[in-house]
Ligand binder design. Structure first.
Ligand SMILES: Nc1nc2c(ncn2[C@@H]2O[C@H](COP(=O)(O)OP(=O)(O)OP(=O)(O)O)[C@@H](O)[C@H]2O)c(=O)[nH]1
Ligand SMILES: [Mg+2]
Length: 434
Protein backbone atom coordinates (compact mmCIF):
# COMPACT_ATOMS: atom_id res chain seq x y z
CA UNK A 1 0.00 0.00 0.00
CA UNK A 2 1.30 3.44 -0.86
CA UNK A 3 1.69 5.48 2.33
CA UNK A 4 -0.71 8.34 2.85
CA UNK A 5 0.47 10.98 5.31
CA UNK A 6 -2.07 11.29 8.09
CA UNK A 7 -0.23 13.15 10.86
CA UNK A 8 0.03 16.95 10.47
CA UNK A 9 -2.24 18.20 7.72
CA UNK A 10 -0.44 19.26 4.57
CA UNK A 11 -0.77 22.92 3.64
CA UNK A 12 -2.46 23.24 0.28
CA UNK A 13 -3.40 25.75 -2.38
CA UNK A 14 -6.41 24.61 -4.38
CA UNK A 15 -6.99 25.65 -7.96
CA UNK A 16 -10.01 25.39 -10.20
CA UNK A 17 -10.25 26.89 -13.64
CA UNK A 18 -13.45 27.24 -15.63
CA UNK A 19 -12.37 25.81 -18.96
CA UNK A 20 -14.92 26.74 -21.60
CA UNK A 21 -14.07 23.82 -23.89
CA UNK A 22 -14.55 21.32 -21.03
CA UNK A 23 -17.70 22.93 -19.61
CA UNK A 24 -20.29 20.64 -18.02
CA UNK A 25 -23.83 21.14 -16.75
CA UNK A 26 -22.55 21.69 -13.24
CA UNK A 27 -22.10 25.35 -12.25
CA UNK A 28 -18.53 26.42 -11.47
CA UNK A 29 -19.57 27.53 -7.98
CA UNK A 30 -21.00 24.12 -7.12
CA UNK A 31 -18.06 22.34 -8.71
CA UNK A 32 -15.72 24.44 -6.57
CA UNK A 33 -17.72 23.65 -3.43
CA UNK A 34 -17.45 19.93 -4.18
CA UNK A 35 -13.74 20.30 -4.91
CA UNK A 36 -13.23 22.00 -1.55
CA UNK A 37 -15.09 19.15 0.18
CA UNK A 38 -12.91 16.65 -1.64
CA UNK A 39 -9.75 18.51 -0.60
CA UNK A 40 -10.92 18.71 3.01
CA UNK A 41 -11.87 15.03 2.93
CA UNK A 42 -8.29 14.24 1.97
CA UNK A 43 -7.19 15.91 5.20
CA UNK A 44 -5.23 18.90 3.85
CA UNK A 45 -5.39 22.38 5.30
CA UNK A 46 -6.50 24.83 2.61
CA UNK A 47 -4.41 28.01 2.70
CA UNK A 48 -5.45 29.51 -0.58
CA UNK A 49 -8.15 29.18 -3.22
CA UNK A 50 -7.44 30.23 -6.76
CA UNK A 51 -9.97 30.23 -9.56
CA UNK A 52 -9.98 31.52 -13.10
CA UNK A 53 -11.28 31.15 -16.59
CA UNK A 54 -9.67 30.07 -19.85
CA UNK A 55 -10.88 28.85 -23.22
CA UNK A 56 -9.00 25.58 -23.42
CA UNK A 57 -6.26 23.66 -21.56
CA UNK A 58 -2.71 24.33 -22.75
CA UNK A 59 -0.73 21.27 -23.78
CA UNK A 60 2.43 21.91 -21.77
CA UNK A 61 1.18 23.19 -18.38
CA UNK A 62 -2.62 23.05 -18.70
CA UNK A 63 -2.73 26.54 -17.09
CA UNK A 64 -1.92 29.88 -18.68
CA UNK A 65 1.26 31.80 -17.80
CA UNK A 66 -0.48 34.49 -15.71
CA UNK A 67 -2.26 31.89 -13.60
CA UNK A 68 0.97 29.97 -13.04
CA UNK A 69 2.61 33.16 -11.74
CA UNK A 70 -0.35 33.83 -9.42
CA UNK A 71 -0.15 30.32 -7.96
CA UNK A 72 3.63 30.57 -7.60
CA UNK A 73 3.26 33.75 -5.56
CA UNK A 74 0.58 32.20 -3.40
CA UNK A 75 2.76 29.12 -2.75
CA UNK A 76 5.64 31.33 -1.67
CA UNK A 77 3.53 33.58 0.55
CA UNK A 78 1.76 30.77 2.36
CA UNK A 79 4.62 28.23 2.36
CA UNK A 80 2.16 25.71 0.91
CA UNK A 81 3.47 22.17 0.48
CA UNK A 82 1.11 21.05 -2.22
CA UNK A 83 -1.00 22.45 -5.07
CA UNK A 84 -4.21 20.61 -5.86
CA UNK A 85 -5.76 21.21 -9.26
CA UNK A 86 -9.36 20.19 -9.94
CA UNK A 87 -8.70 18.81 -13.42
CA UNK A 88 -7.21 15.71 -14.90
CA UNK A 89 -3.62 16.49 -15.81
CA UNK A 90 -1.33 14.54 -18.07
CA UNK A 91 1.84 13.26 -16.37
CA UNK A 92 3.95 15.84 -18.23
CA UNK A 93 1.63 18.72 -17.30
CA UNK A 94 1.88 17.63 -13.68
CA UNK A 95 5.67 17.51 -13.88
CA UNK A 96 5.97 20.86 -15.64
CA UNK A 97 3.81 22.52 -13.00
CA UNK A 98 5.85 20.92 -10.22
CA UNK A 99 8.97 22.42 -11.76
CA UNK A 100 7.29 25.83 -11.75
CA UNK A 101 5.95 25.72 -8.19
CA UNK A 102 8.71 23.64 -6.57
CA UNK A 103 6.09 21.71 -4.59
CA UNK A 104 4.06 18.60 -5.29
CA UNK A 105 1.13 18.96 -7.68
CA UNK A 106 -1.87 16.66 -7.38
CA UNK A 107 -4.66 16.50 -9.93
CA UNK A 108 -8.29 15.45 -9.39
CA UNK A 109 -7.51 11.78 -10.02
CA UNK A 110 -4.60 11.84 -7.57
CA UNK A 111 -6.77 13.56 -4.99
CA UNK A 112 -9.58 11.00 -5.22
CA UNK A 113 -7.06 8.15 -5.14
CA UNK A 114 -5.53 9.62 -1.95
CA UNK A 115 -8.93 9.81 -0.25
CA UNK A 116 -9.71 6.24 -1.23
CA UNK A 117 -6.33 5.12 0.07
CA UNK A 118 -6.92 6.70 3.45
CA UNK A 119 -10.44 5.22 3.74
CA UNK A 120 -9.91 1.65 2.58
CA UNK A 121 -10.21 -0.70 5.52
CA UNK A 122 -11.17 -4.15 4.24
CA UNK A 123 -8.71 -6.51 2.59
CA UNK A 124 -10.45 -6.26 -0.79
CA UNK A 125 -10.86 -2.46 -0.49
CA UNK A 126 -7.16 -2.00 0.18
CA UNK A 127 -6.18 -4.21 -2.74
CA UNK A 128 -8.53 -2.35 -5.06
CA UNK A 129 -7.11 1.03 -4.10
CA UNK A 130 -3.54 -0.20 -4.40
CA UNK A 131 -4.32 -1.55 -7.85
CA UNK A 132 -5.74 1.82 -8.92
CA UNK A 133 -2.76 3.69 -7.51
CA UNK A 134 -0.21 1.42 -9.15
CA UNK A 135 -1.98 1.58 -12.49
CA UNK A 136 -1.99 5.37 -12.19
CA UNK A 137 1.69 5.35 -11.25
CA UNK A 138 2.76 2.92 -13.96
CA UNK A 139 1.37 5.06 -16.78
CA UNK A 140 3.28 7.98 -15.29
CA UNK A 141 6.51 6.01 -15.06
CA UNK A 142 6.22 4.70 -18.59
CA UNK A 143 5.69 8.20 -19.90
CA UNK A 144 8.53 9.57 -17.83
CA UNK A 145 10.71 6.88 -19.28
CA UNK A 146 9.81 7.57 -22.92
CA UNK A 147 10.36 11.22 -22.16
CA UNK A 148 13.89 10.49 -20.95
CA UNK A 149 14.55 8.36 -23.98
CA UNK A 150 13.49 11.17 -26.25
CA UNK A 151 15.89 13.49 -24.48
CA UNK A 152 18.76 11.19 -25.33
CA UNK A 153 17.78 11.18 -28.95
CA UNK A 154 16.93 7.49 -28.88
CA UNK A 155 20.56 6.36 -28.75
CA UNK A 156 20.87 3.01 -27.04
CA UNK A 157 22.77 4.29 -24.01
CA UNK A 158 21.36 3.00 -20.73
CA UNK A 159 21.74 5.63 -18.03
CA UNK A 160 21.28 4.69 -14.38
CA UNK A 161 18.03 6.67 -14.16
CA UNK A 162 16.53 4.73 -16.97
CA UNK A 163 17.53 1.37 -15.52
CA UNK A 164 15.94 2.34 -12.23
CA UNK A 165 12.74 3.28 -14.00
CA UNK A 166 12.74 0.01 -15.87
CA UNK A 167 13.18 -1.90 -12.64
CA UNK A 168 10.42 0.12 -10.98
CA UNK A 169 8.15 -0.54 -13.91
CA UNK A 170 8.79 -4.28 -13.74
CA UNK A 171 8.24 -4.37 -9.97
CA UNK A 172 5.02 -2.42 -10.33
CA UNK A 173 3.76 -4.67 -13.08
CA UNK A 174 4.53 -7.76 -11.01
CA UNK A 175 2.69 -6.30 -8.04
CA UNK A 176 -0.29 -5.42 -10.28
CA UNK A 177 -0.42 -9.04 -11.48
CA UNK A 178 -0.33 -10.37 -7.92
CA UNK A 179 -3.08 -8.01 -6.77
CA UNK A 180 -5.28 -8.87 -9.75
CA UNK A 181 -4.92 -12.58 -8.99
CA UNK A 182 -5.83 -12.03 -5.33
CA UNK A 183 -8.82 -9.89 -6.21
CA UNK A 184 -10.01 -12.51 -8.69
CA UNK A 185 -9.88 -15.11 -5.96
CA UNK A 186 -11.78 -12.94 -3.48
CA UNK A 187 -14.45 -12.11 -6.02
CA UNK A 188 -14.89 -15.77 -6.94
CA UNK A 189 -15.54 -16.48 -3.27
CA UNK A 190 -18.12 -13.69 -3.24
CA UNK A 191 -19.80 -15.20 -6.30
CA UNK A 192 -20.19 -18.46 -4.39
CA UNK A 193 -21.81 -16.51 -1.56
CA UNK A 194 -24.16 -14.87 -4.03
CA UNK A 195 -25.12 -18.28 -5.34
CA UNK A 196 -26.04 -19.46 -1.86
CA UNK A 197 -28.05 -16.27 -1.43
CA UNK A 198 -30.01 -17.09 -4.57
CA UNK A 199 -30.68 -20.56 -3.28
CA UNK A 200 -31.90 -19.17 0.00
CA UNK A 201 -34.36 -16.92 -1.88
CA UNK A 202 -33.16 -13.69 -0.35
CA UNK A 203 -33.67 -10.60 -2.47
CA UNK A 204 -30.80 -8.15 -2.76
CA UNK A 205 -31.55 -4.42 -2.66
CA UNK A 206 -28.52 -2.20 -3.33
CA UNK A 207 -28.20 1.45 -2.35
CA UNK A 208 -26.50 3.53 -5.01
CA UNK A 209 -26.00 7.26 -5.50
CA UNK A 210 -23.68 10.21 -5.50
CA UNK A 211 -21.25 10.45 -2.60
CA UNK A 212 -22.69 12.10 0.55
CA UNK A 213 -26.33 11.56 -0.54
CA UNK A 214 -27.12 9.69 2.68
CA UNK A 215 -26.87 6.05 1.57
CA UNK A 216 -25.21 4.79 4.72
CA UNK A 217 -27.57 6.75 7.00
CA UNK A 218 -30.51 5.09 5.24
CA UNK A 219 -28.81 1.70 5.25
CA UNK A 220 -28.35 1.97 9.02
CA UNK A 221 -32.06 2.76 9.43
CA UNK A 222 -33.17 -0.15 7.28
CA UNK A 223 -30.87 -2.71 8.86
CA UNK A 224 -30.39 -1.28 12.35
CA UNK A 225 -26.68 -1.05 11.74
CA UNK A 226 -24.00 1.34 12.82
CA UNK A 227 -21.90 1.75 9.71
CA UNK A 228 -19.82 4.92 9.51
CA UNK A 229 -21.86 7.76 8.01
CA UNK A 230 -20.37 11.24 7.90
CA UNK A 231 -20.46 14.57 6.17
CA UNK A 232 -17.40 13.62 4.18
CA UNK A 233 -17.03 12.54 0.60
CA UNK A 234 -16.41 8.80 0.25
CA UNK A 235 -17.14 7.95 3.87
CA UNK A 236 -18.01 4.46 2.62
CA UNK A 237 -15.59 2.47 0.56
CA UNK A 238 -16.28 -1.16 1.30
CA UNK A 239 -19.62 -2.72 0.46
CA UNK A 240 -21.59 -4.11 3.37
CA UNK A 241 -24.61 -6.39 3.08
CA UNK A 242 -27.03 -6.93 5.97
CA UNK A 243 -30.45 -8.38 6.54
CA UNK A 244 -33.27 -5.89 6.98
CA UNK A 245 -35.03 -5.55 10.33
CA UNK A 246 -38.60 -5.17 9.16
CA UNK A 247 -40.47 -8.49 9.41
CA UNK A 248 -42.96 -7.29 6.78
CA UNK A 249 -40.25 -7.25 4.16
CA UNK A 250 -39.43 -10.89 4.92
CA UNK A 251 -36.13 -11.90 3.45
CA UNK A 252 -34.47 -8.81 2.00
CA UNK A 253 -30.77 -8.06 2.12
CA UNK A 254 -29.63 -4.46 1.80
CA UNK A 255 -26.24 -3.58 0.43
CA UNK A 256 -24.46 -0.27 1.01
CA UNK A 257 -21.67 0.63 -1.35
CA UNK A 258 -19.15 3.25 -2.45
CA UNK A 259 -20.62 6.52 -3.66
CA UNK A 260 -20.17 7.90 -7.16
CA UNK A 261 -18.71 11.22 -8.26
CA UNK A 262 -18.44 12.97 -11.61
CA UNK A 263 -15.22 12.21 -13.48
CA UNK A 264 -14.52 9.15 -11.37
CA UNK A 265 -10.99 8.16 -12.36
CA UNK A 266 -11.09 5.26 -14.80
CA UNK A 267 -8.41 3.40 -12.81
CA UNK A 268 -10.78 3.42 -9.89
CA UNK A 269 -13.77 2.20 -11.86
CA UNK A 270 -11.64 -0.61 -13.27
CA UNK A 271 -10.21 -1.54 -9.88
CA UNK A 272 -13.59 -1.44 -8.18
CA UNK A 273 -15.29 -3.36 -10.96
CA UNK A 274 -15.28 -6.53 -8.89
CA UNK A 275 -17.13 -4.84 -6.04
CA UNK A 276 -19.42 -2.93 -8.35
CA UNK A 277 -20.08 -6.12 -10.32
CA UNK A 278 -21.90 -7.40 -7.25
CA UNK A 279 -24.51 -4.79 -8.02
CA UNK A 280 -25.37 -6.78 -11.14
CA UNK A 281 -27.00 -9.44 -9.02
CA UNK A 282 -29.25 -6.90 -7.24
CA UNK A 283 -33.01 -7.32 -7.64
CA UNK A 284 -33.61 -3.65 -6.97
CA UNK A 285 -31.56 -0.44 -6.81
CA UNK A 286 -32.37 2.37 -4.42
CA UNK A 287 -31.01 5.51 -6.06
CA UNK A 288 -30.44 7.86 -3.12
CA UNK A 289 -30.42 11.57 -4.01
CA UNK A 290 -29.64 14.55 -1.77
CA UNK A 291 -32.63 16.66 -2.78
CA UNK A 292 -31.36 19.66 -0.81
CA UNK A 293 -28.31 19.93 -3.07
CA UNK A 294 -28.78 22.70 -5.67
CA UNK A 295 -26.86 20.51 -8.08
CA UNK A 296 -28.87 17.35 -7.57
CA UNK A 297 -30.05 17.06 -11.18
CA UNK A 298 -26.49 17.06 -12.46
CA UNK A 299 -25.52 14.46 -9.87
CA UNK A 300 -28.47 12.22 -10.75
CA UNK A 301 -27.37 12.33 -14.38
CA UNK A 302 -23.79 11.43 -13.42
CA UNK A 303 -25.01 8.42 -11.42
CA UNK A 304 -27.24 7.34 -14.32
CA UNK A 305 -24.25 7.46 -16.66
CA UNK A 306 -22.20 5.28 -14.30
CA UNK A 307 -25.04 2.80 -13.80
CA UNK A 308 -25.24 2.53 -17.56
CA UNK A 309 -21.49 1.99 -17.88
CA UNK A 310 -21.69 -0.74 -15.27
CA UNK A 311 -24.48 -2.41 -17.24
CA UNK A 312 -27.04 -2.19 -14.44
CA UNK A 313 -29.36 0.54 -15.63
CA UNK A 314 -32.05 -2.04 -16.49
CA UNK A 315 -32.44 -3.23 -12.89
CA UNK A 316 -35.68 -1.81 -11.37
CA UNK A 317 -34.99 1.39 -9.46
CA UNK A 318 -36.67 3.43 -6.77
CA UNK A 319 -35.69 7.07 -6.70
CA UNK A 320 -35.22 8.22 -3.10
CA UNK A 321 -35.27 11.96 -2.52
CA UNK A 322 -33.39 12.14 0.77
CA UNK A 323 -32.70 15.06 3.13
CA UNK A 324 -36.24 16.35 2.54
CA UNK A 325 -36.07 17.80 6.07
CA UNK A 326 -33.60 20.43 4.88
CA UNK A 327 -36.09 21.52 2.23
CA UNK A 328 -38.79 21.60 4.93
CA UNK A 329 -40.99 19.18 3.03
CA UNK A 330 -43.26 17.74 5.69
CA UNK A 331 -45.71 16.20 3.27
CA UNK A 332 -43.61 13.09 2.74
CA UNK A 333 -46.61 10.81 2.37
CA UNK A 334 -48.48 12.82 -0.21
CA UNK A 335 -45.38 13.57 -2.25
CA UNK A 336 -44.33 9.95 -2.48
CA UNK A 337 -45.73 8.06 -5.43
CA UNK A 338 -45.36 4.36 -5.04
CA UNK A 339 -46.54 3.57 -8.57
CA UNK A 340 -43.91 5.76 -10.21
CA UNK A 341 -41.32 4.61 -7.67
CA UNK A 342 -40.43 8.00 -6.22
CA UNK A 343 -40.30 8.55 -2.50
CA UNK A 344 -39.40 11.52 -0.34
CA UNK A 345 -37.67 10.74 2.91
CA UNK A 346 -35.38 11.98 5.63
CA UNK A 347 -33.08 9.16 6.59
CA UNK A 348 -31.69 11.22 9.42
CA UNK A 349 -35.06 12.07 10.95
CA UNK A 350 -36.47 8.64 10.14
CA UNK A 351 -39.35 10.09 8.09
CA UNK A 352 -41.06 8.65 5.04
CA UNK A 353 -39.56 5.20 5.51
CA UNK A 354 -42.94 3.45 5.60
CA UNK A 355 -43.64 4.63 2.05
CA UNK A 356 -40.21 3.48 1.05
CA UNK A 357 -40.82 0.02 2.51
CA UNK A 358 -44.17 -0.18 0.74
CA UNK A 359 -42.57 0.83 -2.52
CA UNK A 360 -39.86 -1.80 -2.07
CA UNK A 361 -42.35 -4.56 -1.36
CA UNK A 362 -44.53 -3.46 -4.28
CA UNK A 363 -41.62 -3.55 -6.67
CA UNK A 364 -40.10 -6.77 -5.41
CA UNK A 365 -43.15 -8.80 -4.47
CA UNK A 366 -46.03 -6.94 -6.10
CA UNK A 367 -47.01 -6.12 -2.52
CA UNK A 368 -47.18 -8.35 0.52
CA UNK A 369 -50.00 -10.60 1.64
CA UNK A 370 -50.18 -10.70 5.42
CA UNK A 371 -53.14 -12.73 6.57
CA UNK A 372 -54.72 -16.13 7.10
CA UNK A 373 -55.00 -18.97 4.64
CA UNK A 374 -56.61 -22.35 5.07
CA UNK A 375 -55.11 -25.60 3.88
CA UNK A 376 -57.00 -28.88 3.50
CA UNK A 377 -55.75 -31.67 5.71
CA UNK A 378 -54.23 -33.48 2.71
CA UNK A 379 -51.91 -30.55 1.89
CA UNK A 380 -49.28 -31.30 4.55
CA UNK A 381 -46.54 -31.01 1.90
CA UNK A 382 -47.58 -27.41 1.17
CA UNK A 383 -47.42 -26.62 4.87
CA UNK A 384 -43.84 -27.97 4.99
CA UNK A 385 -43.00 -25.86 1.97
CA UNK A 386 -44.37 -22.72 3.63
CA UNK A 387 -42.29 -23.54 6.68
CA UNK A 388 -39.14 -23.92 4.65
CA UNK A 389 -39.87 -20.53 3.06
CA UNK A 390 -39.99 -19.00 6.54
CA UNK A 391 -43.28 -17.20 5.94
CA UNK A 392 -45.48 -18.85 8.61
CA UNK A 393 -46.18 -16.57 11.57
CA UNK A 394 -48.94 -18.51 13.34
CA UNK A 395 -50.88 -21.73 12.93
CA UNK A 396 -54.06 -23.39 14.22
CA UNK A 397 -55.66 -26.71 13.33
CA UNK A 398 -59.42 -27.39 13.32
CA UNK A 399 -61.08 -30.59 14.59
CA UNK A 400 -61.35 -31.99 11.07
CA UNK A 401 -57.66 -31.35 10.38
CA UNK A 402 -57.98 -28.16 8.27
CA UNK A 403 -54.90 -26.04 8.84
CA UNK A 404 -55.28 -22.31 9.39
CA UNK A 405 -52.02 -20.52 8.84
CA UNK A 406 -51.10 -16.86 9.17
CA UNK A 407 -48.56 -16.03 6.50
CA UNK A 408 -46.40 -13.12 5.39
CA UNK A 409 -45.59 -13.54 1.72
CA UNK A 410 -45.03 -11.56 -1.46
CA UNK A 411 -48.05 -11.56 -3.78
CA UNK A 412 -45.84 -12.73 -6.62
CA UNK A 413 -45.02 -15.90 -4.71
CA UNK A 414 -48.50 -16.31 -3.34
CA UNK A 415 -49.84 -16.53 -6.90
CA UNK A 416 -48.11 -19.91 -7.26
CA UNK A 417 -50.35 -21.36 -4.54
CA UNK A 418 -53.72 -19.71 -4.92
CA UNK A 419 -54.82 -21.82 -7.92
CA UNK A 420 -54.27 -24.98 -5.90
CA UNK A 421 -57.30 -26.90 -4.75
CA UNK A 422 -57.57 -26.84 -0.96
CA UNK A 423 -55.51 -23.63 -0.59
CA UNK A 424 -57.75 -20.67 0.28
CA UNK A 425 -57.19 -17.07 1.32
CA UNK A 426 -59.30 -16.11 4.32
CA UNK A 427 -60.71 -12.66 4.64
CA UNK A 428 -61.04 -12.52 8.43
CA UNK A 429 -58.76 -11.30 11.16
CA UNK A 430 -58.99 -14.66 12.92
CA UNK A 431 -60.80 -17.59 11.30
CA UNK A 432 -61.47 -19.15 14.72
CA UNK A 433 -63.62 -16.27 15.97
CA UNK A 434 -66.80 -16.86 14.02
N1 LIG B 1 -30.34 16.80 7.13
C1 LIG B 1 -30.14 15.55 6.76
N2 LIG B 1 -28.88 15.06 6.71
C2 LIG B 1 -28.71 13.78 6.31
C3 LIG B 1 -29.80 12.95 5.93
N3 LIG B 1 -29.32 11.74 5.58
C4 LIG B 1 -27.98 11.82 5.72
N4 LIG B 1 -27.59 13.03 6.16
C5 LIG B 1 -26.22 13.50 6.45
O1 LIG B 1 -25.48 13.51 5.24
C6 LIG B 1 -24.11 13.17 5.47
C7 LIG B 1 -23.71 12.02 4.57
O2 LIG B 1 -24.40 10.86 4.95
P1 LIG B 1 -23.88 9.39 4.59
O3 LIG B 1 -24.97 8.46 4.99
O4 LIG B 1 -22.51 9.15 5.10
O5 LIG B 1 -23.84 9.52 3.01
P2 LIG B 1 -23.33 8.42 1.93
O6 LIG B 1 -24.22 8.56 0.71
O7 LIG B 1 -23.25 7.09 2.55
O8 LIG B 1 -21.90 9.02 1.58
P3 LIG B 1 -20.57 8.23 1.02
O9 LIG B 1 -20.42 6.96 1.79
O10 LIG B 1 -19.52 9.21 1.32
O11 LIG B 1 -20.79 8.02 -0.44
C8 LIG B 1 -24.03 12.82 6.96
O12 LIG B 1 -23.52 13.95 7.64
C9 LIG B 1 -25.47 12.55 7.36
O13 LIG B 1 -25.71 12.84 8.72
C10 LIG B 1 -31.12 13.50 6.00
O14 LIG B 1 -32.14 12.87 5.73
N5 LIG B 1 -31.23 14.80 6.42
MG1 LIG C 1 -21.72 5.86 2.81
Amino acid sequence: MIEVPVSTPQKAIIVQIEVTSLQKDQSAINAFAEFKDLSRSSGVEILGEISGKQDAPLASHFLKKGKIEEIKRSVEETCAEIVIINHTLSPSQERNLENEFNVRVVDRTGLILDIFASRASSHIGKLQVELAQLTHLSTRLIRAWTHLERQKGGIGLRGPGETQLETDKRLINNRIKTIKARLDKSHKQKKINQYSRMKSRNKLVALVGYTNAGKTTLFNRLTDNKQYAADKLFATLDSVTRKNIDPELSSILFSDTVGFISDLPTHLIESFKGTLDELKSADLLLHVVDISDPDYRFKVSQVDILLDELGISKIPQIRINNKSDIKNYDDYESRSDIESRQVWISAEKNKGLDQLRESISNTLFEGIYRGWISLDAKLGNIRSKLYSMGCILEEKISDIGTMYIFINMGNDELKRFTDMEGFNLIDEDDPFIQ
